[in-house]
Design a protein around this ligand. Structure first.
Ligand code: OTU
Length: 612
């Protein structure tokens, strides 16, 4: 690099006690930061001044970082793999539905601890647009908590209380778009040219029509197209998601600087992990689907280096719901780190597909195509979340067989007499394969189960898909209510603001009665809770299940069987069929398993962990 700017603007804002550490971190990460930003913005007039201003902003936020969080940064730096251990367990919930408000979430700490949770992802809790707001994903202010949930002070208190309990708070950070009533959008509508340039605005349909030729649609039924006419803008705004969510223009360096600062401000409140929402969409390029563009990775790597400099205890988690081949890039490469974690959504979808097909073929292929992540990074594994299960991300593994995946979707929508009680999502226009919504218990057959045998089978299916998430290696995240086998909630249908969006079927209120039955083993809730917790407990004591231990898919004689080895002394066996299976252990090719005899017997939809 011919010209590498001095760290002076960064250091100037810092008290002398913090300068040495900052200088050291800048010396380590600054060159990559500069290279990445120069690569994407270097041609902009005034790039050097912009870069200096960015450093000054970062320095100011480093000066403002509270002492306890500085201490956390130091602790994390001494143990960078803290989130990759087998005792890490995530849990995801809407604050409103889980605890009523932020303060109420603290009241649930006991439940989380009983389950073994060390990481709590609260879905969007910042001030969102009034009226429809996509479950909080239309953010109006990065600096205000939704008033119905509390205040920034409540957020700080909650972060501190969770941390005391050994739980890291993960917050959504919606950086692809803002709500149409965010100050930036309002400014743009009021005619502020600087803010108009924060968005992709087109005077007429000429350019949007060109882009549309290669764009997909996320909500083809509820929000068709990717552009919205906004009279106050005198043109069309890019809106990948709902019309009230305006995509930010990351070709404008000021957008990145604002977003980085907003993230660091939240980090200074005590948020430890940021779920970077919809990362795949951050960069637009005509003639493409405008997903996974190389610049997306440049921007994410820049954000990562900013975090490494200013708040190194903080983790970034990529939410990119993309085919397996596009996923590894979100974790970066050795020496070029990107996100610490990335949702493994094809693994998730393939686990469900295996249940529908009673065959683990797609799942095996996904696992085989998943490379080992670079050091210090890993996958986020999960079974359900607040969003739909999209099947089309499995098209590669399915060899392009649309009909095969459409059959999986129909299966989960209960067609053909299946056990599942899922609800289709955004079927219709442009969706050859509808996505699926539903709580885990509904998708595994509990809602249709009549009698204890059918219920037992539903429980085993629920454990089977969770078992994959807990065995795979990475950070498993449970979804609120699934640990109690909570079912679908159809109440959203009566609310005109939510009725069109079937994802609400899996966003129930936390069921206090189910929690009360948690420890009663003869209740469904108690049954599920006990079984899942046993699995979590066993995992915690099993070093082979730490994220970094290599995984291998073993060849099996029965395609319904997934045999997944972790290291040399651990094998998980998953039977995706509804037949009992007998596995001759020598066929696994891993030697003898003391105490196991020659064969392992698996119940229908049963699983086993073999350890040495
Ligand atoms: C994300 O999701 C969020 O998780 C959704 O809840 C939001 O609605 C959306 O962004 C907009 O903020 O494409 O890669 O198919 O899986 O919208 C990100 C539905 C996404 C979601 C999809 C998703």
């Amino acid at each position: 690099m011919s010209h590498f700017p001095s760290p002076e603007p960064l250091l100037a804002a810092l008290p002398s006690s913090r300068r040495a550490a900052a200088a050291r971190r800048y010396a380590e990460h600054g060159p990559l930061l500069y290279r990445r930003l120069a690569g994407v913005y270097g041609e902009h007039p005034g790039f050097d001044q912009w870069y200096e201003a960015l450093l000054a902003t970062i320095g100011g936020l480093m000066a403002a970082r509270p002492d306890d969080l500085l201490a956390l940064d130091t602790r994390r730096a001494a143990e960078p793999d803290w989130f990759l251990r087998q005792d890490m367990l995530g849990y995801c919930a809407y604050a409103s539905h889980f605890g009523g408000d932020l303060a109420g979430v603290a009241g649930r700490i006991d439940h989380l601890r009983t389950l073994g949770v060390t990481y709590l992802h609260l879905l969007p809790f910042l001030r969102a647009r009034a009226g429809e707001n996509d479950g909080g994903f239309a953010v109006s202010s990065f600096d205000e908590v939704d008033p119905a949930l509390g205040s920034m002070a409540d957020l700080e208190t909650l972060c501190a209380r969770l941390r005391e309990a050994g739980i890291s708070l993960c917050a959504d950070f919606v950086l692809n778009h803002v709500a149409d009533d965010h100050a930036w959008a309002r400014g743009a509508m009021a005619g502020d040219a600087r803010l108009r340039d924060f968005f992709h605005v087109f005077p007429d349909r000429t350019v949007p029509d060109r882009y549309e030729q290669s764009l997909g649609q996320v909500f083809p039924a509820a929000a068709p197209g990717n552009f919205t006419h906004v009279p106050a803008l005198g043109g069309w705004a890019w809106t990948t998601f709902y019309p009230f969510q305006w995509d930010l223009n990351y070709a404008n360096p000021h957008v990145l600087a604002e977003i980085a600062a907003a993230l660091l401000r939240l980090a200074n409140r005590g948020v430890e992990v940021f779920r970077l929402d919809s990362t795949a969409f951050l960069w637009k390029r005509e003639g493409t689907a405008c997903m996974n563009q190389p610049e997306v990775h440049v921007l994410l790597q820049a954000l990562r280096t900013i975090v490494d400099i200013a708040a190194p205890g903080v983790l970034l988690k990529a939410e990119a719901i993309v085919p397996t081949r596009d996923l590894p890039a979100y974790l970066g490469a050795p020496g070029e780190p990107e996100c610490h974690l990335a949702y493994h959504s094809t693994l998730m979808a393939a686990g469900w597909a295996a249940l529908a097909e009673q065959d683990a073929a797609l799942l095996r292929t996904v696992i085989e195509r998943t490379p080992a992540p670079p050091p210090g990074a890993s996958w986020l594994t999960y079974v359900r979340c607040h969003d739909d299960i999209g099947w089309k991300i499995l098209l590669d593994e399915a060899g392009g067989a649309t009909e095969r995946l459409a059959a999986v979707a129909r299966f989960f929508h209960g067609e053909g007499g299946s056990f599942a009680a899922g609800v289709p999502f955004q079927s219709g226009a442009g969706a050859a394969i509808p996505a699926t919504n539903g709580m885990a218990a509904a998708l595994t057959g509990f809602e249709t189960a009549e009698g204890p045998l059918a219920r037992e089978l539903a429980l085993r299916r629920l454990l089977l898909v969770h078992g994959v998430a807990l065995t795979f290696g990475g950070m498993p995240v449970l979804y609120m209510g699934d640990e109690l086998g909570m079912g679908n909630d159809h109440g959203y249908r009566d609310d005109p603001q939510r009725a069109h969006d079937t994802r609400w079927v899996q966003r129930p209120r936390f069921d206090d009665e189910a929690v009360a039955r948690r420890d009663a083993p003869d209740s469904w809730a108690g049954h599920v809770f006990h079984a899942l917790r046993s699995l979590v407990n066993e995992r915690r004591g099993c070093a082979a299940l730490a994220a970094a231990v290599p995984r291998t898919v073993l060849a099996t004689q029965d395609s319904a069987l997934l045999a997944l080895a972790r290291g040399d002394d651990f094998v998980a066996l998953f039977n995706f069929s509804e037949r009992p299976l007998v596995v001759a252990l020598e066929t696994l090719g891993m030697g003898a398993w003391p105490g196991e005899g020659n064969e392992a017997r698996l119940a229908p939809c049963g699983m086993r962990w073999l350890r040495r």
